[in-house]
Design a protein around this ligand. Structure first.
Ligand SMILES: Nc1ncnc2c1ncn2[C@@H]1O[C@H](COP(=O)(O)OP(=O)(O)OP(=O)(O)O)[C@@H](O)[C@H]1O
Length: 282
């Protein structure tokens, strides 16, 4: 197994707060191979975004660190593109111009024609060439996410970091985008780290699911290898016992092993998960 592409070693972070330092993460260790698709899952507030932000270079770890292809991550860089839940397109620029700007900023040697071709190629990947001249306000939420993904891909990042990229979308749009993402990942082979609250999404898309313990001082609890063959078809998988086994493993981790613990008046109190179907979302 290659182990030197992306490595998080002993990552921990303390945030300063008025009541003193708050330890959000401790001892997070993870080795990711080139081209792997990793999902991060865990209860709300456990520290998933903090892990992603440390890999993005937006937060500095208090202990340990992140190495990407032999270089320590110290700040944001174009080799680690981030896609957030709510698109962050510039509202005054057309879809085309939003992607073009990222290309111009990150790939300075390209001629005008090369820039145009590259923008078009990435818009084609996400099936958005029909809306090149539209402003973000003129397209749907799913389309905005597609353009956000095109913009991230156009930077040719080594690592694509996605923080609940489909969290704000309806189920059908979400399914379409998951399928697009699987196709793009198969074509390009980028390393992907994606945060999700959706157990089905994690199993469908991932090579490995990294399950985090509850905070404070959250860390990696378990890692599940998802060995389902690719390409994956959501309909065929619905009745696949292996798929349901993986799903069950994640649900067991979240709702049995990591029952949400709340502090009430200073006393820790275990919250029962219940058998609701909504429990499939962490
Ligand atoms: N800048 C900060 N200062 C203080 N505490 C912070 C800061 N950023 C995050 N935290 C705390 O760190 C913990 C982890 O937060 P984080 O946003 O990473 O969780 P998460 O798992 O991504 O949550 P969610 O699933 O709800 O988005 C939380 O308790 C949060 O309140």
């Amino acid at each position: 197994m290659q182990s030197r592409h992306l490595e998080l070693s002993q990552v921990g972070i303390d945030f300063p707060t008025p009541k003193g330092p708050f330890t959000a993460l401790t001892d997070v260790n993870l080795k990711i191979q080139k081209g792997e698709f990793i999902s991060l899952i865990g209860h709300s507030g456990c520290g998933k975004s903090t892990v992603l932000n440390i890999v993005a270079g937006l937060h500095q770890a208090t202990t340990g660190g992140v190495i990407l292809d032999g270089a320590e991550v110290k700040e944001p860089g174009p080799e680690r593109a981030v896609v957030f839940q709510n698109h962050s397109l510039l509202p005054w620029l057309s879809c085309y111009k939003n992607v073009e700007l990222a290309v111009k900023q990150t790939q300075k040697g390209k001629s005008k024609q090369e820039i145009r071709d590259w923008v078009m190629h990435n818009m084609e990947l996400v099936h958005m060439t029909h809306a090149l001249d539209k402003l973000p306000s003129e397209i749907s939420g799913g389309m905005k996410q597609r353009v956000g993904i095109a913009r991230a891909l156009a930077m040719e990042p080594k690592v694509l970091l996605m923080d609940e990229p489909f969290g704000a979308l309806d189920a059908l749009t979400r399914a379409h985008l998951q399928d697009s993402l699987m196709e793009i990942h198969a074509d390009l082979g980028n390393t992907v780290i994606m945060i999700t609250h959706d157990v089905d999404e994690a199993v469908l898309l991932s090579d490995r699911i990294v399950m985090m313990t509850n905070g404070p001082a959250a860390t990696i609890g378990e890692i599940l290898d998802v060995k389902l063959e690719r390409p994956r078809d959501r309909l065929a998988l619905a009745d696949n016992p292996e798929y349901n086994h993986y799903r069950h493993e994640v649900l067991t981790f979240l709702y049995e092993k990591q029952k949400k613990v709340e502090t009430v008046s200073g006393h820790k109190k275990s919250k029962q998960s219940g058998a609701k179907k909504k429990s499939d979302a962490a």
